[in-house]
Design a protein around this ligand. Structure first.
Ligand SMILES: [Zn+2]
Ligand SMILES: [Zn+2]
Length: 178
């Protein structure tokens, strides 16, 4: 089961949120916040995998996790204070089409312009993957990873992105030929 489709504990109240629901039905954490905190969780899991694969050292992993934990706490405080998701969070917005970048209605299921599916588990994975690349670059900028390590962990990133886009493209053609 991929982390984007599994039930996932709400970052604020720790109740399980079903994958289909948008905001937390228990504590009313808004959907955009749940989304961003999930993306950060996705990133931390990826760093754990890279540590297990030996791409980064245990010390680097600890440094990244510690910093990400602080970042998460800070975001959680903002969410609980009712602040909006910061625009520079690095996560592509849920309502903008991954294919043509049109800003769609938050409840739209398909892009009205290019009929690409929106807000499916795979689209989420694509957005989280893009967010992950940004987070790796951020860790590099603050000196927690060097260029060689960034190259190592991101070797297959472009391939993963294009694979996901291909899969999503096929989904669109099926829908528009109906
Ligand atoms: Zn909650
Ligand atoms: Zn579109």
């Amino acid at each position: 089961m991929s982390p984007s489709t599994a039930n996932w504990p709400c970052p604020a109240c720790a109740e399980l949120i079903p994958s289909a629901s948008q905001s937390c039905p228990h504590c009313r954490m808004p959907a955009d916040w749940v989304d961003l905190l999930r993306a950060l969780d996705f990133v931390i899991r990826r760093f754990l995998l890279w540590k297990l694969e030996g791409a980064i050292s245990a010390a680097q992993y600890r440094a990244v996790v510690e910093a990400s934990g602080e970042h998460l706490d800070q975001l959680l405080r903002m969410a609980q204070e009712g602040q909006p998701v910061p625009a520079d969070a690095g996560l592509p917005p849920r309502c903008s089409c991954w294919s043509c970048e049109l800003t769609c209605h938050p409840s739209a299921r398909y892009c009205p312009d290019c009929s690409a599916p929106l807000d499916t588990a795979e689209v989420r994975l694509l957005r989280y993957q893009q967010f992950l690349i940004g987070e790796v670059r951020r860790q590099q900028q603050v000196g927690r990873l060097n260029e060689a390590e960034v190259m190592r962990v991101l070797t297959d990133a472009p391939e993963r992105l294009s694979e996901l886009r291909d899969r999503l493209d096929r989904g669109r053609f099926l829908i528009s030929s109906r």
